[in-house]
Design a protein around this ligand. Structure first.
Ligand SMILES: [Zn+2]
Length: 476
């Protein structure tokens, strides 16, 4: 009988912290500057320099621990992780080995209708390395040390994840928690959040862990999903074809263009990092009261926000999930509801229209006031839904008030029965046969007359009012 396998995934996520300066020097952390501008002897690792730990790094790491339900280790320490590679000019990285800042913690995720608790092993502080730029057709590599010494936390999960969808749901939730708390901007495309995916397969029922493969440095949720799917099927094939085709413990790289993982290095050349306590930095001592004072600065986190929004606005869980995934969208939604008093309609517009536009541009394309007014004008019957879509497109390009744009576009509906009366009377006089049919009981001619009236009003008649006036007139 064929064995059934399940996927076992653990993640290691590197997150750049939202500090203005680097972890051990006062160089700026700004992204997108000219290469090697934000450097000094400390972050270039020149001999004889002394690192000084940036207090804000510890603050943010503790805040992350608080937000993720971790235990904060009141005494923790920095260690040297030795390796020789040009992205790290000191030939060692200052990290944390056996006494990290946080241990434990968890994130609850919902994927494919299934709720799972993903436990965290630890969170530790470390410095980022520089960036190597490999040029095609050139015999050399460029290096940019602006990123060297940018503060990171590394979040390590237990192998609690069982599918690609769960891995992505976890990353989304983690990202939301960190962005809401102001710990990091978590821009995967800029590298401020990167994930290493450890993946193995095992027979269902077996509690141990089989040989795992690590896929390094994933910088997009979509690619994480694809890479896990691909690696699952690669390993399943190896298990299926049995002896001689065993999974090898190795680090693999995801080739985005080719859609497959490629071997980078095997266990044989795995590094021995020769960790030892960093001699230039004293242990990090944290005061328990101070941990609580940082906890008090945490904002409303995604889970609480979700509960509150479902109760307050009567929205479905799936809708709220979409609205809270990005902090700025959640804020935009709530600001629009404050202005409009219409939660359901505001949510619909944001989920269908605003997020559609935002697939192509990073910023929210209109103001809460503009959207709220649009919702209200439809509700009042000033414009039809179809017309509102046209107005929305114009709002994307202009800062004018919604009412002014409706006026200018001449899309106002005619909602006054008096104003519609003449138009409808005209239609009835032009179509005596249809009127006679209707009065003789052939009610389907009502639709025909309705269409004629809408056309005669050049599409501006408020359909509800037109129907009402028409019914009155036919009934008389
Ligand atoms: Zn520096």
């Amino acid at each position: 009988m064929m064995a059934t396998y399940e996927t076992v995934i653990g993640l290691e996520i590197h997150v750049e912290l939202n500090t203005r300066s680097k972890i051990f020097c006062s160089c700026a952390t700004a992204f997108g500057e000219a290469p090697n501008v934000n450097t000094c002897p400390v972050c270039l690792g020149l001999p004889g320099v002394m690192p000084v730990l940036n207090q804000e790094v510890v603050n943010l790491a503790v805040k992350a621990g608080n937000a993720l339900g971790c235990e904060i280790n009141l005494i923790n320490k920095m260690d040297r992780k030795n390796y020789f590679y040009p992205d790290l000019p000191k030939a060692y990285q200052i990290s944390q080995f056996d006494l990290p800042v946080c241990t434990g913690g968890f994130v609850d995720v919902l994927a494919e209708g299934k709720k799972t608790r993903v436990n965290l092993t630890r969170i530790h502080i470390e410095e980022d390395a520089g960036k190597l730029i490999h040029l095609e057709d050139e015999a050399y590599t460029l290096v940019d040390y602006n990123r060297g010494g940018v503060p990171l936390i590394e979040i390590v999960t237990e192998p609690d994840i069982r599918s690609a969808a769960e891995a992505v749901a976890f990353l989304k939730k983690l990202r939301a928690i960190l962005v809401y708390s102001g710990i990091s901007d978590c821009r995967m495309e800029q590298g401020s959040m990167r994930a290493d995916v450890n993946i193995s397969l095992r027979e269902v029922g077996f509690q141990g862990l089989n040989t795992k493969v690590e896929i390094k440095n994933m910088n997009s949720m979509k690619e994480v999903f694809k890479a896990v799917k691909k690696e699952e099927s690669r390993q399943l094939q190896l298990y299926t074809y049995g002896e001689g085709h065993k999974v090898v413990q190795e680090t693999r790289r995801w080739d985005q263009a080719k859609g497959r993982t490629l071997s980078m290095r095997s266990k044989e050349d795995a590094h021995d990092y020769r960790y030892f306590p960093e001699p230039d930095l004293p242990p990090v001592k944290i005061d328990g009261e101070w941990v609580e004072s940082i906890r008090a600065t945490l904002p409303e986190l995604p889970d609480e926000k979700k509960q509150r929004m479902m109760t307050t606005y009567g929205l479905k869980e799936a809708e709220v999930d979409i609205l809270i995934e990005e902090k700025e969208i959640a804020e935009f939604f709530e600001a629009t509801v404050v202005e409009s008093g219409e939660a359901r309609e505001s949510a619909n517009w944001i989920i269908t229209e605003v997020l559609r536009v935002m697939k192509h541009e990073a910023r929210i394309p209109l103001s809460p006031r503009q959207l709220a007014d649009l919702v209200l004008e439809v509700r009042k019957g000033t414009i039809s839904r179809t017309a509102a879509k046209e107005v929305f497109e114009v709002l994307l390009t202009r800062e004018d008030e919604t009412a002014a744009i409706i006026e200018e576009m001449g899309l106002k509906q005619i909602s006054s029965a008096d104003a519609l009366e003449g138009i409808i009377q005209g239609v009835l006089e032009e179509n005596p046969q249809a009127v006679a049919d209707y009065r003789a009981g052939r009610t389907q001619s009502f639709g025909f007359l309705m269409g004629r009236c809408m056309k005669a009003s050049k599409g501006k008649g408020n359909p509800g009012i037109v129907k009402q006036v028409l019914e009155d007139k036919l009934g008389s």
